[in-house]
Design a protein around this ligand. Structure first.
Ligand code: TRP
Length: 375
């Protein structure tokens, strides 16, 4: 018997996933601007249309970069009426390291910062991967929809592998973008606020949704394709002008005290030029400090620079320290209060996990039904 296989033209559902380049990034920025306008106009009347999911890996304390680029924005969206889900991605911690580390403390730290920043557990579902079995089970049908070469091409996975100091590529690191698709799709979220590094995962998720619908659901939209909502906050550097990293000691954490913050900024890198100007290419460390102050003060970095003028590095550091400490004073006080009530934090997670389980079980039941697997 001979079979002839017709060459299949690439269609939306089997075309391979685009990788991030500046063109996809620019397009995602344009779409994000439109999406923001739509949310402003319609979130209150139609919250499910803008259901949003995002999350963090519980690998350590959140810093001011997280606060400025994502935490503040989550709260803003929640307050506009968007239905909000936040995953504490505990299974993603073990993609690129040998031990789980201080998982319990890290998870509790995230919950503290979420609540202190204004996420309201009555409106926002905060949950952990490991407590939602039906979410994890979605990974199995989803894995059938991706190829190994597609996963190996994922630029974020490649970068993470390169940063993991010669470790072999684990099966979980290779496939975690598919697990992340399960995070996003289990609750049918439409909007995923992320940074640029996460765009490849969003494209992979969209491909999984399309392929699921076309291969297993006869074209019905079981999973709508979610959209990235990119932050317009520029990438912030550490206080030494290089990439923020716990091990370099160049990070200002949300939980730090005002004095720790002042100490960290006192030793921040600047340069010997007296007059402070905003010049991101020529004076990156100074520009980064101006950007941080500007974001906290809701002012452009240029205008902060003008205010400091001939005051030099000393005045610049005073302005930055004050902007961070004044803006975070309320957050830090609420965080300290909440930390005195661990039973409450546990109850927030229990309720969030229960809600996420309900949603995930419903979705999994649908998936099994459309795949003819309800026995
Ligand atoms: N991978 C994300 C990060 O490292 C965290 C994350 C897990 C996430 N699941 C998600 C982000 C789903 C958005 C949507 O920051």
């Amino acid at each position: 018997m001979t079979t002839t296989t017709a060459p299949t033209a690439p269609t939306a559902s089997n075309a391979s996933v685009e990788t991030d380049d500046s063109r996809t990034y620019a397009a995602a920025r344009d779409r994000s601007a439109v999406l923001d306008a739509l949310i402003d106009g319609h979130a209150a009347e139609d919250p499910a249309r803008f259901r949003m999911l995002t999350g963090d890996r519980p690998t350590g304390p959140l810093h001011i970069g997280h606060y400025l680029a994502s935490l503040r924005n989550r709260v803003r969206l929640q307050d506009k009426g968007v239905e909000t889900f936040v995953v504490i991605a505990d299974y993603q911690v073990i993609t690129d390291r040998d031990s789980v580390g201080e998982m319990g403390d890290n998870v509790q730290g995230l919950v503290l910062d979420y609540l202190a920043a204004g996420l309201d557990p009555a409106r926002t579902t905060i949950f952990t991967h490991s407590a939602v079995p039906a979410l994890n089970q979605l990974m199995l049908p989803f894995l059938s929809l991706v190829t190994d070469s597609e996963l190996r091409r994922n630029p974020t996975v490649k970068d993470e592998l390169a940063l993991s100091a010669g470790r072999p590529l684990s099966g979980l690191l290779l496939t975690y973008p598919v697990h992340q698709a399960a995070d996003i799709l289990f609750c049918h979220s439409r909007i995923v606020p992320v940074g640029r590094d996460q765009l490849p995962h969003l494209e992979q998720t969209r491909a999984i949704a399309r392929r699921f619908n076309s291969r297993y659901a006869a074209g019905h939209s079981v999973f709508p394709e979610p959209e990235a909502l990119l932050s317009d906050v520029p990438l912030l550097l550490g206080t030494d002008g290089t990439k923020m990293s716990k091990s370099k000691g160049n990070v200002i954490n949300l939980r730090d005290t005002a004095d720790q913050t002042a100490d960290r900024i006192r030793v921040a890198r600047t340069d010997s030029e007296r007059r402070i100007t905003y010049d991101p290419n020529g004076r990156p460390a100074v520009a980064n400090l101006l950007t941080i102050a500007g974001l906290f003060l809701d002012e452009s970095p240029e205008s902060v620079a003008e205010r400091v003028g001939d005051g030099g590095a000393r005045v610049l550091k005073e302005v930055v320290t004050e902007s961070v400490n004044d803006s975070l004073a309320g957050h830090r006080a609420r965080r300290a209060d909440l930390a005195r009530d661990p039973a409450y934090l546990t109850s927030v997670l229990h309720e969030g996990n229960a809600r996420a389980n309900e949603v995930a079980e419903r979705t999994l039941a649908t998936v099994r039904a459309v795949m003819g697997m309800s026995y």
